[in-house]
Design a protein. Sequence first.
Lengths: 223, 84
Amino acid sequence: MHIMEGFLPPIWSVTWFAVSLPVIALGIRRLNRMVKDDPQTKSLLAVCGGFAFVLSSLKLPSVAGSSSHPTGTGMSAIFFGPSITAVLALIVLIYQALFLAHGGLTTLGANVFSMGIAGPFVGYMVYKGCLKIKLGFFPSVFLAAALCDLSTYLVTSMQLALAFPAAQTDVLGSFKVFAGVFAITQVPLALAEGLVTSMMIRYVVQIRVDILHRLRTIAPEGS
Amino acid sequence: MSNISLLMAIAAVVVILMLAGENNTAGSDELAKDAIQEIERDYRPWFNPIWSPDKRTETLLFSLQAAVGILIILYFFGHSIKGK
């Protein structure tokens, strides 16, 4: 989940903005260059954005009477990597902060970091790593998307723990509390997200595998 | 799996997930807020959302978000298929 408006002390709010803004800037530059060099990637980029929009809008019931949202960033993370995904995540987060009071403007930097940068970074690395050990394309996608989702929430837990260390147990103690709240709820959602992302990517592969070759997401047949 | 059946399966999953969302269970961000208040009893948010929708508007706006996403996806899939 996104950290709610005003629930990060100003010092942390600013810190996370400082961390995220350079990545966003990099993402915008890379995005512009990529679209200029290869205009066909625009469609896939839009589909990834749409996917993030759809998935992060879903409030899904999970275990123990709680609910949460998937992130929808796994697909973009696999195709485009974390910096460009950060830009897509920023768009989603701004929409939700302004119109839904979900997340916040003061927490935008932190939420972009968890949802747009850290989670997708993990997803991207897991995807590449799985391919390297020849796990197979779709299991790799599944794992990458699921872990992207899960690590987004673990990072959110860390952000909250740093801002609100518990009296006796300090940051680590707080982390356990927040991770307990988020991670348990998120596991079934992460698995569902892995599944849906695999299905979507399977569809993209069937209709436009050439874009994936160009993006070097997957190698052409024979390699 | 053929293209059409895959697309329909994805659509079915999304619809099921959207219907599943019609519930009143506590969102995990609410639970996180409770956890924060427990850790630091005196913490008060220093900034409030500029605007907050009521429950019906909120559902509508979430649905709008999903609809926009779906439209974008359909438009570009259609575009891709034509462009082949």
